[in-house]
Ligand binder design. Structure first.
Ligand code: PRP
Length: 177
């Protein structure tokens, strides 16, 4: 699997330090805003690893909701339609919405809107990677990255590579057109 990676973009140590920092920053913001309990909505499957590491750095009460959101269907281009399997109960709750990557921004903006329509008191957005393609910026961002197709630390190509501990660029020869 490792030989399919052309280059490592963000290594494991750098990811872990940044995730811990982001979580501390988020918690400080909650304290400043008088928020004691947060409902963390994790967008599967990509955000699984990031969110699992992030929440372990929070020293506060949280509830976790998992939502399956997909638009790339395993490939390299968005279908333009975000399919959600469910809308969690977020009525009057302060929500932290976590995803792995902001590309076109369609997923984050669509789900954020749905959660607000479902009655969330507030929705804070958090993403590990931002390709700086979308006009939308999340409230918390781990890393800005170049507009390349990346895998690892939750991100996939055709369902594979999610378990790599780093974020890397896939060798173009591994991408079927
Ligand atoms: C990926 C990724 C984000 C979304 C970002 O999901 O996990 O949710 O695309 O792209 P966007 O900003 O253009 O909407 P994908 O459809 O690949 O599903 P997955 O999380 O199950 O891999």
């Amino acid at each position: 699997m490792k030989r399919d990676i052309q280059k490592i973009l963000i290594d494991e140590d750098v990811i872990h330090k940044r995730v811990a920092h982001l979580a501390r920053q988020f918690q400080r913001d909650c304290i400043d805003n008088g928020i004691e309990t947060v409902t963390v909505v994790i967008l599967l499957k990509g955000a699984l690893l990031f969110a699992a590491d992030f929440v372990r750095h929070l020293d506060m009460k949280i509830q976790v909701e998992l939502v399956n959101a997909s638009s790339y269907n395993g490939g390299t281009k968005s279908s333009g339609v975000v399919a959600l399997d469910r809308t969690p109960d977020v009525l009057n709750k302060d929500v932290l919405l976590i995803d792995d990557i902001l590309d076109t921004g369609l997923t984050m903006t669509t789900v954020r809107k749905q959660l607000l329509e479902a009655g969330a008191a507030s929705v804070t957005t958090c993403v590990l990677l931002d390709k700086r393609v979308s006009d939308y910026s999340c409230d918390f961002t781990g890393f800005d990255i170049p507009n390349e197709f990346v895998v690892g630390y939750g991100l996939d190509y055709q369902g594979h590579y999610r378990n790599l501990p780093y974020v890397g660029v896939l060798n173009p020869s591994c991408i079927s057109i």
